[in-house]
Design a protein around this ligand. Structure first.
Ligand SMILES: Nc1ncnc2c1ncn2[C@@H]1O[C@H](COP(=O)(O)OP(=O)(O)O)[C@@H](O)[C@H]1O
Ligand SMILES: [Mg+2]
Length: 279
């Protein structure tokens, strides 16, 4: 379980809080999507879960983040990283090896994974992320999207109980993005891993996440099930969140017909709602 208690963080030299008084709990096995406009504090939030804030970033840190009861401020980053695996928004800064296989091996060896388990974990991660053919390629020869997949595979290989991903599909095309989200769902359901994912592609989040956390100016603007959060289109758009078309459609349909139309979180539901109205 992750517990945030009045978490506040201000980067050194900044005159405003990047995160302001966040109190929330993420239970084990949750699949949480984090959205919000640029500068809302999403990356800072992700860094607080992984312990990078406050350990590797200078600034004023107040309140507490506890992961499995451990206070992140009092726990070494190397210990935290066994529990909370993370993929940075800036993937480039995370990759340290020059060959794909080495990048995965590095983490596995560092974590002291037994020799006989290494190959199986490596092959599983490459296969699941869809980059088995890239195993012996040099990182320098890969596209941005392929590098993103390498970072995700490295994380998957380590099998941390909590996965924190910051815009993991930013460089990926729609089909690869879906593939990554399907993988996250499987890790969540089959292995019980907790998934916290910052994502701009809101349609994708709405399909896969169970809970949406909306950040705005360093605060929690909304926190609830996808359906609850999407129920307030106007409020979301006012804070700069682009809502899925299906949700905008159901809101409009309700407005035009004067009927009670439940919020539609995907195209199928929108079609169904339209059918019912037509008759
Ligand atoms: N290293 C930094 N130093 C100072 N301010 C920062 C730094 N990183 C981010 N910020 C500021 O903190 C706020 C939140 O940033 P960030 O967490 O990156 O937001 P998001 O990921 O939602 O775009 C922004 O106002 C941003 O300018
Ligand atoms: Mg960010």
């Amino acid at each position: 379980m992750i517990e945030l208690q009045s978490l506040t963080f201000r980067y050194a030299g900044s005159d405003r809080d990047a995160l302001s008084d966040l109190t929330l709990t993420i239970p084990d096995g949750a699949f949480v999507g984090v959205i919000g406009p640029a500068g809302a504090g999403k990356t800072t939030f992700a860094h607080c879960l992984s312990g990078i804030v406050p350990h590797a970033v200078r600034g004023d840190f107040y309140g507490a983040v506890r992961v499995d009861g451990m206070d992140t401020a009092d726990t070494r980053l190397t210990d935290l990283s066994r529990l909370v695996g993370t993929v940075f928004q800036d993937v480039e800064s995370q990759i340290i090896s020059s060959v794909v296989e080495d990048e995965l091996l590095y983490g596995l060896e560092n974590f002291g994974v037994p020799r006989e388990e290494i190959e199986e974990r490596l092959a599983f991660a490459l296969e699941e992320v869809g980059i088995a053919p890239l195993r012996h390629r040099s990182i320098a020869s890969l596209s941005g999207g392929q590098r993103q997949k390498v970072a995700i595979a490295s994380l998957v290989a380590l099998r941390p109980r909590i996965l924190v991903l910051d815009e993991p599909t930013g460089e990926l095309d729609p089909s690869s993005s879906r593939q990554i989200f399907s993988l996250l769902r499987r890790l969540n359901r089959e292995y019980g891993m907790t998934v916290v994912v910052v994502e701009q592609k809101i349609m994708l989040l709405c399909e896969f996440a169970e809970r949406l956390l909306v950040l705005s100016e360093g605060r929690v603007a909304r926190d609830g099930s996808v359906r609850e959060v999407l129920g307030d289109i106007e409020g979301l758009e006012a804070i700069g969140v682009n809502c899925p078309r299906s949700a905008r459609f159901s809101a409009l349909l309700g407005e035009k017909t004067g009927r009670e139309i439940p919020v539609c979180v995907n195209a199928e539901e929108a079609v169904e709602a339209a059918r019912r109205v037509i008759g």
